[in-house]
Design a protein around this ligand. Structure first.
Ligand SMILES: [Zn+2]
Ligand SMILES: [Zn+2]
Length: 314
């Protein structure tokens, strides 16, 4: 374990010399800047700890109107939307190694950008995700999250939302609430729990050691999270990522937010949550997004393993 960590640090030291993100505000105009939990509204930004900038190579770029065209049998749309990066200062420090107030600052940035972007007229969906490490598809080693705000959302999201609605109608509560109650009673898949959040290895896991973080009370819209809940969520993040680091020796991972669209319709039936997909050695070279589901370890065994790692001091 210690050896793995040493190797990682040596590698990171080498990368740091060439890293543009370490001093990103020398090159990019910030959209949002924090310094130790406080918002910095004007320069100098020397002491920034978390900042948001527009992505230099955007998957989408802002445009005033969607340009729908027909080409042959296809309806095409120009890339419309926003692509932003949430960058934390330290080149080596992953979420597992941050303290709770640093993680809270990231959550503050997520929420503030979500609220702003969701108010853009053409934006109907905001996606927040984080790729850590090469196996997770991160092209830049410096820890950062990405926010994409777009006019449409794909059929997977739509069918998950519709599924929640049908389930609620049939059973009187959303599928996640049902699962949360079952997991709380059963305890076998619970990794961590605080006043407001439940961390579990889901019954139906896509990969070994998949983790979900849920608000225990039914909530449809992540962006409405209150300040006190953000501290609770930050603690859940800290516990989760630290346990994964200890259990799987600093795995690469992806995590993403599942939340209601912001297209003006009512999605109160939805239950927001964070999904974390670690890339264990077993998964090296395996493409996420394939439909193949293999779990080499049951969610119950994974949760137990993580629980044992979680009793560290914060
Ligand atoms: Zn860096
Ligand atoms: Zn629910």
């Amino acid at each position: 374990d210690a050896f793995g960590k040493k190797e990682i640090n040596a590698k990171k030291k080498k990368e740091k010399k060439l890293c543009r993100f370490c001093d990103i505000l020398k090159y990019e105009k910030p959209i949002l800047v924090f310094s130790k939990g406080e918002k910095i509204k004007s320069p100098p930004y020397n002491n920034w700890t978390t900042c948001v900038v527009a992505n230099k190579y955007p998957a989408f770029s802002p445009s005033l109107k969607m340009n729908h065209r027909k080409i042959g049998p296809y309806r095409v749309m120009d890339g419309v939307g926003f692509h932003e990066l949430v960058v934390t200062r330290d080149h080596r420090q992953t979420i597992a190694e941050m303290n709770i107030s640093q993680i809270k600052e990231i959550i503050d940035a997520y929420q503030e950008r979500y609220l702003d972007l969701s108010n853009e007229p053409l934006v109907n969906y905001v996606s927040i995700f984080h790729n850590q490490g090469e196996k997770a598809g991160a092209t830049v080693a410096h820890p950062h999250s990405q926010i994409i705000a777009i006019p449409t959302f794909d059929s997977d999201i739509q069918s998950s939302i519709n599924g929640s609605k049908r389930y609620l109608k049939k059973y009187g509560q959303c599928p996640h609430c049902t699962m949360i109650k079952y997991d709380q009673k059963d305890q076998k898949r619970v990794v961590f729990e605080n006043k407001e959040f439940l961390v579990t290895c889901p019954f139906v896991s896509r990969v070994a050691f998949e983790v979900r973080i849920y608000p225990k009370v039914h909530r449809g819209y992540f962006e409405r999270i209150k300040n006190g809940s953000k501290w609770q969520l930050a603690e859940a993040f800290k516990k989760t990522f630290k346990a994964l680091d200890l259990a799987l020796n600093h795995p690469d991972y992806n995590f993403f937010l599942h939340t209601a669209p912001c297209d003006g319709q009512n999605y109160d039936h939805y239950h927001w949550n964070w999904q974390i997909i670690p890339h264990t050695q077993i998964w090296a070279g395996f493409e996420l997004g394939t439909e193949i589901e293999i779990s080499t370890i049951t969610p119950e065994a994974a949760a137990e393993f993580l629980r044992h790692k979680i009793n560290f001091k914060l």
